[in-house]
Ligand binder design. Structure first.
Ligand code: AMP
Length: 217
């Protein structure tokens, strides 16, 4: 069973790895960031609540985020496991996930923490371009799309995320150190934390993660 949490600061490569991991292990990729962006695009009440918070780099309140994940993890496609990307980001969220895991009989059994030094994160976020349609992520120098400005997967025009500007990034990184880094310790204390170096490029990290998760049963 693979009930996995993917952690790391903004720009660590969570989103880049998540799609391939989810397909290899036939588990849903659940990104709270993607869910919020979808809600914003569709102008739902959730989207309206979250839009300004996300644009400035702050965290959406725990009760809202937990309710979203609880509902998502109760869906039948999570019966064989799940890959959470960007959740939990606070200790109360991690505690809530413990409860949800117990309730659905699918407690987290591995936490992957991707570490990358701050100067590399700044460069990655500054050059990041994303596909608004399928969520694929690129970089203007390090991970170029085949055709400039177009998504390799679905051909849509790539955009810069609203929160990938210097100001919001600073807030996100700050929130990460203050609120999310303690979540690593929370899982370390449970013996679930596995730390991986995220500086070596997409393929290198993917190989290491596949090797680790292939062994996880
Ligand atoms: P991400 O795509 O994971 O970088 O998330 C984008 C933004 O969505 C974050 O900067 C937060 O504003 C919000 N967000 C995503 N996941 C969470 C979470 N677990 N808790 C609170 N806010 C979140």
């Amino acid at each position: 069973m693979r009930n996995i949490v993917l952690m790391g600061p903004p720009g660590a490569g969570k989103g880049t790895q998540a799609g391939d991991l989810a397909s290899r292990y036939h588990i849903p990729h659940i990104s709270t960031g993607d869910m919020f962006r979808e809600a914003i695009k569709n102008k739902t009440p959730l989207g309206q609540k979250a839009e300004a918070i996300i644009a400035r780099g702050d965290l959406v309140p725990d009760d809202v985020t937990v309710a979203l994940v609880k509902e998502r993890l109760s869906q039948p496609d999570c019966a064989e496991g799940y890959l959470l990307d960007g959740f939990p980001r606070t200790i109360p969220q991690a505690e809530a996930l413990d409860e949800i895991g117990k309730a659905i009989g699918r407690a987290v059994n591995a936490v992957i923490d991707i570490t990358v030094p701050e100067e590399i994160l700044i460069d990655r976020i500054g050059g990041r371009r994303v596909c608004p349609k399928c969520g694929a992520s690129y970089h203007v120098r390090n991970m170029k799309p085949k055709v400039e400005g177009k998504c390799d997967v679905c051909g849509s025009d790539l955009i810069t995320r609203k929160d990938d500007n210097a100001e919001s990034f600073k807030v996100r990184l700050d929130n990460y150190y203050r609120q999310t880094a303690p979540v690593s310790d929370f899982y370390k204390n449970k013996g679930l934390l596995h730390t991986f170096d995220g500086t070596g490029g997409k393929e290198k990290l993917q190989g290491v993660l596949f090797a680790f998760l292939d062994r996880l049963s």
